[in-house]
Design a protein. Sequence first.
Length: 395
Amino acid sequence: MDQKRILLIVGGGIAAYKALELVRLLRKAGVAVRPVLTRAGAEFVTPLSLSALCEDKVYSELFSLTDEAEMGHIELSRQADLVVVAPATADLMAKAASGLASDLASTTLLATDKPVLMAPAMNVRMWEHAATRRNVARLAADGVALVGPDEGPMACGEYGPGRMAEPQAIFEAVAAALAGARPLAGKRAIVTAGPTAEPIDPVRMITNRSSGKQGYAIAAALAGLGADVVLVSGPTALSAPAGVKRIEVETAREMLAACEAALPAEIAVCVAAVADWRPESCGPRKLKKGAAGPPPIALVENPDILATLSRAERRPRLVIGFAAETEDVEANARSKLQRKGCDWIVANDVSVAGVMGGEENAVAIISAGGVERWDRAPKTEVARRLARKIAEALP
């Protein structure tokens, strides 16, 4: 990365403070950073602090006689190796998607012929709004890469996807972009996520506490490395990651059918917490409480999605399973690896508070070569690390 040049556009949002840490990481790696600070961005970080860290002048105004006398926005947009927008607000993304050029930042984005990387940051309702989803799709079609957003608590008090990715994650995305690294480009990945829901009657069902967060993060990380990702998701409240095709299912049988329909693929990551059993039959009417007590519910075994993909005629080159355990985590995972016939098992201890349904995870990667233990980290970071490991395994 030494001697590379970044044009950093800092949008207006509380996450703008993270841009300062991103600059520090880039400068430490030898990257030259030229900053463009929007008027809204200047409400959150000062030009002086940004200039001091970048060791360069801060550009803010489109109609600056000094800068525009030489078509400054053209020079800014084309002198860099990469344009990074962090934070990328809903407004900046909408302008870029629509080709508007009403200020220095949007004019520069329209004039650039260099790759663009955006780190979205906005309220969860804004991120999930149909207009933003259209803009994200249009930007992706135009070749704009995204890193994040992450999910979690927000400064406004709400919770959900929309938090700007952490500076380290953005730095890694920048490093990959500067290296031209999309190592999974041209490869298809199937990711299962979330719980399954097995109906007892039209009202009740057998399910579990899986939130789908880890699976969705893995799907996003694989897409970020260039993979064509099919996300087969059980019922969750999560939004589909940008650039990922989501297929929504409920039961284990529906999930297996969707996975088989997505073949052939080079990668399969079975993260979903699939119900081992389902009711033998689902009545057409709600079961009523009566004097005879609870009705008996006969259970039958569900299909084993991980084992089926591991033994499929069109088997993916790399099949990865997850093992959510409450005791003897690594021993149970090794046994599962042998029974299922997959390549890796990612094991975690879901008896630890805050893992199932939470924001962090600590995992062990079990393979024929041994055990690789990862310390507890945000699920988004676990996902990025796993995606990189997958890319290294599939040259």
